[in-house]
Design a binder for this molecule. Sequence first.
Ligand code: ADP
Ligand code: MG
Length: 342
Amino acid sequence: MKKILGWIPALVVCGGVLFITQRFMSARHPQEPIQKMTRFLMDTYCIMQVPGDASVRDSMTQAFDRLEEIDKKFNALNPTSPVYRFNHENSPITDPEIVGLVQTALDVSAKSDGALDITVFPLVDLWGFYGSTPHLPGDGKIQACLKHVGWKNLAIEGGKLIKHRPDMALDFGAIAKGYGVGEAVKVLKNCGIRSALVDAGGDLYMLGTRYGKPWHVGIREPRGTGVFGGMKLTDRSMATSGDYERYFIKAGVRYHHIFDPKTGYPAHGLISATAITPDPTLADAYSTALFVLGAERALKLVATTPDLECVLVTEAGRVLISPRLQKSMAMTDLTLAGQTGK
Ligand code: ADP
Ligand code: MG
């Protein structure tokens, strides 16, 4: 569903973030082989790279299998998942893994004043973003729908997830990919792998180094075909939320898939928000939250959250980098030439 809307440059197979130095690596450095595997999961291309010879591929397959398990479990559209039953039949969720991820999401909801809200399912559904033809609903319908949205109506009691309103429903789209990346990395580590780059459609984790050098990654230009702002990272995750992944344009206005849960409309102000932090689940959750908050509130949240950094692109094409990131990790090749507009 995800990649069929909007525009997709041929070069870019993953979401907001992509590698800028890995291409043709093996050919250029035959003494430094990289194993690369791709699977389409979680509505996007997931790519894993592990330095080493073919013997690491078994471990990569195991990591992908774990990612696939998470995809099935957290997919609200999968009728066999407990999430689907919770959404449609109001049965409480007892699976500790799901309850744990909901708790993480609720923590970020509280910190971001509800900018991240995994109860947006009815909104995403109303706007048609679960199908292939999203559309602009009437304002009355949007306002009525907002009554069914609200993270404060979820509760975890005795390890069980319940909802205070039966018409509420969960959507893990803003957090499950990051969680999946973290779990895949755990599998790789358990298999003895010390270096890897795992990417689930723009949710990345850089484990260790690539033959002694930090992984070099870039952020996708929101209105271009390349990258801007290269960064060298090790044992870090990076996730980007943007208005270019799934959208439609009506009467010159771009409507995309990341909603402001307070208004019921797509969030505006930023066109791309990248979060950088050690934990991939949090990187994913915060990239969405920062996008919804807009530049000023996003930078405030980052300033008060330990270990969280960001790179934001405003509607006017300004690139804002959190002050600690400016000091500690030099961004390279920061160019975003005239790329605004719809
Ligand atoms: P992507 O999935 O494109 O990488 P995100 O991580 O920001 O981007 O997740 C966006 C998805 O999360 C949407 O497709 C939708 O399913 C869901 N979503 C939209 N708005 C919100 C929100 N404010 N809080 C939580 N989930 C959201
Ligand atoms: Mg996210």
